[in-house]
Design a protein around this ligand. Structure first.
Ligand SMILES: [Cu+2]
Length: 173
């Protein structure tokens, strides 16, 4: 007699939103994430939170990654139109956190050129701080909704995004 045995395999799935943080000097970098992009996108945006547990300010002065250009951007709003622009660095005051979030500060990965960011991928990058030095991090590629759910959004209702100098991919911020 044949007996069929159902084998139930209980797999403990690690949470996809598990903590994902890095430390360098007095800084804690929480959950770097890059937004999924459409296939035609030339740019991708990365977000993260940096907390300064030290006694002195530090500044994110550069981000290095395997793209033609990587810039640090912020967004300004005039007449209900948000325009992004490059900034030289992002200062994190002692005891404070700075969150890069959709609609606000972001890391701009430029020159994707046919290789979009797809859900589940990872983007390797190096963050360079004025005082704390450099640290390699991984930006998990997530949907905009996932990122906004975690870090919020600077977007306002009905806001039209417009890009500043340098590129004009309107779909990607
Ligand atoms: Cu940008």
């Amino acid at each position: 007699m044949l007996r069929f045995m159902a084998v139930l395999t209980a797999v403990a799935m690690p949470s996809l939103v598990a903590a994902h943080e890095y430390k360098v000097g007095d800084l804690v970098i929480d959950h770097p994430a890059a937004k999924t992009t459409p296939a035609s996108a030339m740019t991708g945006a990365g977000y993260l939170t940096i907390t300064n547990n030290g006694d002195a300010a530090d500044t994110l002065i550069a981000v290095e990654a395997d793209f033609p250009r990587v810039e640090i951007h912020d967004v300004k709003v005039e007449n209900d139109v948000a325009t992004m622009f490059q900034i030289e660095g992002a200062e994190i005051a002692p005891g404070e956190s700075v969150t890069f979030a959709p609609g606000g500060k972001h890391i701009m990965f430029m020159g994707l050129d046919g290789d979009p960011f797809e859900k589940g991928e990872a983007v390797n990058a190096t963050l360079v701080f004025e005082t704390a030095g450099s640290i390699e991090v991984v930006f998990d590629v997530e949907t905009l909704e996932e990122i906004v759910e975690r870090v919020g959004s600077g977007h306002m209702h009905g806001m039209k995004m417009d890009h500043g100098e340098g590129h004009d991919d309107h779909s990607n911020h």
